[in-house]
Design a protein around this ligand. Sequence first.
Ligand code: NDP
Length: 328
Amino acid sequence: MSNFKAILISRDEEKNQSVEVTELSDADLMEGDVTVAVEATTVNYKDGLAITGKSPVVRHWPMVPGIDFAGKVIESSHSGFSEGEDVILNGFGVGETHWGAYAERARVNGDWLIKRPDGLSAKQAMSIGTAGYTAMLCVMALESHEITPERGPVVVTGANGGVGSVAVSLLSKLGYEVIASTGRLEESDFLKNLGASEIIDRNELSEPGRPMGKERWAAGVDAVGSHTLANVLAQTKYGGAVAACGLAQGFDLPTTVMPFILRGVCLLGIDSVQAPIAVRKEAWNRLASDLDVGKLESLTTEIGFDDLIGAATDIVDGKIRGRVVATL
Ligand code: NDP
C-alpha cells in the first residue's frame, strides 16, 4: 500500500517535544484488528494539550495525535466490522497511548469502534466529535437524575467552547432554558442563536465564592472546573445536579460540602474516554436525532489537514469558537 500523510509528535533524549507533518506506511501503524481510512477528524482540548505538550497527554513516543475520527474500514479481522463500514472512534487512549486520528490511516482495536449512526455524515460526526459526544453524556446524566425542563434553567460553562456550544444547542432543542457562561461576551449573539436565553460573564463564577449562594439554576453542565464549578454547585437549586466534565480553568475543586448536605445537590462525573460501548451507542444515536443540523453547521469551522497543528495551539489559548472539523 502507498504511504500516507500523518502528524507525528516526537521527543528527544532531553524530552524536548517536536511536531511534524510526515509520511508513514501501513507497516508503521500500531497493532490492531481494524484498519480505517480516516475521513474526518477534529481538534479537542486534549489534542491541543498533546500537540503543545502543555500537559502529559502523550504517554507513548513517537505519537500520532488525534483522539477521535470518523472513517471507513479498509481491512478487518474483527468479527464486528467488515470492509466498507462507516465507523466512529472516540478516546480509549487513541492519540495518547495508541496512534490516533491525525493521519490518513489508523489501525485500532475493533472493540473501540462504533458504527456511524444513519443520518450523520463523517464530517458531521466529527463536527460533533468527542466534545459534542461528551456534551451528550452530560445531558444524559442530567436526564438520569430527572432534571426536566420544568425544574428550571441549566447553566452551561465554557459555553463558546466545543463541549459548551454543543451542550447549549442540545439542551435548547430538548426544551431547557439555557444560561450560558462565557468569557467572550462579544459572542453573545452566536450563543443566543444556538438557543441560550441568558448570557452571563464567566467572571461572575471564576473567583472564590461563598459556600452557598442564591438558588439560580436547576442544573449545570461544567467544562471548566475549579472555582467555576464550586460556584455553580453553590448556586444550584434544591435537589439539582451538575455534570462535571472539564478542567479549562483548573482541575482543583475548592468547594465545601454545603450544597450537597443542605440542598441535596448532586455532582455527576462524566468520562468519555472509557465509557462503555452501550453508553457510546446511546449517546451517538441521541446526537443523530436530538442535535439540530443547522445549529451544528453554525458552530463548526472547517479546516484542512495542514491547519490541525495551528488549531490545536489555538484551542489551548481559548481562541476556538465552537467546533472545528478537518476532512481528509
Ligand atoms: P474548548 O477549549 O473548546 O472549550 C473550553 C472553554 O472553556 C473555552 O472556550 C472557554 O469558554 C472556557 N475557558 C477556557 N479557559 C478558561 C478559564 N481559564 N476560566 C474559565 N473558562 C475558561 O474545549 P472543549 O470544549 O473541547 O473541552 C472543555 C473541557 O472538557 C476541557 O477541559 C476538556 O479537557 C474537557 N473534556 C473532558 C472530556 C471527558 O471525557 N471528561 C471529554 C472532552 C473534553 P468561553 O470562551 O465561553 O469562556
